[in-house]
Structure formats: structure tokens, C-alpha cells
Design a protein around this ligand. Structure first.
Ligand SMILES: Cc1cc2nc3c(=O)[nH]c(=O)nc-3n(C[C@H](O)[C@H](O)[C@H](O)COP(=O)(O)O)c2cc1C
Length: 196
């Protein structure tokens, strides 16, 4: 694990576990509202099946759209036809990975994913999004990953917008510092410090 000049920006705070947990949720809430915040664009890792049927892993960046700390839920949007949508339908357990160079904090969240394609949760968010340039992401006539002759994006009229809710089941926090790394876990069994 590196503790070089590029990563740590000071020692991790000397916090109690409950205060740390609160600070992690505060940081996630802050990330939604700050475009440059590194935790706004976590990596989402899912389980998939390879062509030969073997269990495999997949991962990609998503934008964190909403955080409900009391409910321990996060929201991101996707195209309902995307491979990740099929993956999470088959295997709803996933991991989200966040790294903040400013804090020198890594946060790994074990989550259970639920995808909604219709209903109030979808229509209210699509109503807000559809007038923005981001709407194009959900209006392609072709599903994500389809081979195309030319790389120019096409805009259709039918939206394939889906809302994915990630319920957090476990948080694994790692702080890098030259004075000593710190690690803690939070889950249904409680909170505890871990050997980094
Ligand atoms: C900075 C960034 C943010 C992204 N945000 C999202 C997002 O919020 N939702 C999404 O479905 N794809 C998002 N993407 C695209 C995905 O990373 C991915 O390429 C695409 O969704 C296809 O993924 P899949 O084949 O695993 O389904 C983002 C990509 C980048 C680089």
C-alpha cells in the first residue's frame, strides 16, 4: 500500500467509529452536489457470466445522483438496456469503490442493487433530467455496447431511462497516511477497526 507524497494528505482523523461513520455519509452527500468531488464518480463492480458461462466480474464508472443516509441508500441512473442492468437483475449484489486523493480515503461499499424502469421514482427523475444534455444518454436508439459503423451518437425519441438504488450493506473504509494507515468496517454486525 503506498504512503507516498501523491496519496496521503495528512493523517486520518482521530475519530470514534460512530463519528467516522457519520463523516463517511456526510462525504457521500457532499459528493452528489460537487461536480469535481471524486466520490461523485465511483466504480461499480458487478458479477457477470463470461461467454463460456463461467462467473466473471465487470466494472465501470457511474455518477452518484442521490444519497439517503438514514435509509443507507444511493441512487445512480442507467440505460435499462445496458449490460449492467441484466447483470444486476441476475446478481443484485455489487461493490462500489470510491477513492478521494484529497482525503486519501478509499471507501468500498457492498451494496444490493434494485433497478426501476417505471413508476413514480422513475418519472419524477426523468422529468427533471429530460431537458438537460444528459438526457441523450438514455435516448439512443441502440442499446449500449452495440457495434456501430460510425462513432457519432444518435438521438432517438424513446427513453430507456432507469433508476438504480444501491442499498448499502457494508462499508469498508481505508485511510492512507504516512503516520499509519487506518481501516474500519461498518455492517449489520456493528462497527470495528480492522488491520489495514
Ligand atoms: C465519468 C463517467 C460517468 C459515468 N456515469 C454513468 C452513469 O451514471 N450511468 C451509466 O449507466 N453509465 C455511466 N457511465 C458509462 C459507464 O461507465 C459504462 O461505460 C456504460 O454505462 C456501459 O456499462 P455496462 O456495459 O457495464 O452496462 C459513465 C462513464 C464515465 C466515464
Amino acid at each position: 500500500m503506498p504512503a507516498d507524497a501523491d496519496a496521503p494528505r495528512g493523517a486520518p482523523p482521530d475519530l470514534s467509529l460512530p463519528a467516522l461513520r457519520e463523516q463517511l455519509w456526510d462525504e457521500l452527500v457532499a459528493a452528489v452536489g460537487q461536480h469535481g468531488h471524486p466520490w461523485r464518480t465511483p466504480v461499480l463492480a458487478t458479477v457477470c457470466l463470461a461467454a463460456d458461462g463461467a462467473v466473471a466480474a465487470d466494472a465501470r464508472t457511474v455518477v452518484l445522483r442521490e444519497v439517503d443516509a438514514p435509509a443507507q441508500e444511493l441512487v445512480f441512473f442507467t440505460d435499462a438496456r445496458s449490460p449492467k442492468a441484466a447483470q444486476l437483475a441476475a446478481h443484485p449484489h455489487a461493490t462500489m469503490v470510491y477513492w478521494s486523493p484529497a482525503l486519501a480515503w478509499q471507501l468500498r461499499l457492498a451494496v444490493r442493487l434494485t433497478l426501476e424502469r417505471e413508476g413514480l421514482a422513475v418519472s419524477t427523475r426523468w422529468a427533471r433530467l429530460k431537458m438537460s444534455p444528459a438526457a441523450d444518454d438514455y435516448l439512443s436508439p441502440l442499446p449500449p455496447g452495440t457495434p456501430v459503423a460510425h462513432p457519432a451518437p444518435e438521438r432517438g425519441t424513446r427513453a430507456h431511462f432507469a433508476v438504480v438504488t444501491a442499498r448499502v450493506e457494508r462499508m469498508d473504509w481505508l485511510a492512507l497516511a504516512a503516520t499509519g494507515h487506518r481501516r474500519a468496517a461498518f455492517d449489520a454486525d456493528g462497527a470495528r477497526w480492522l488491520q489495514p
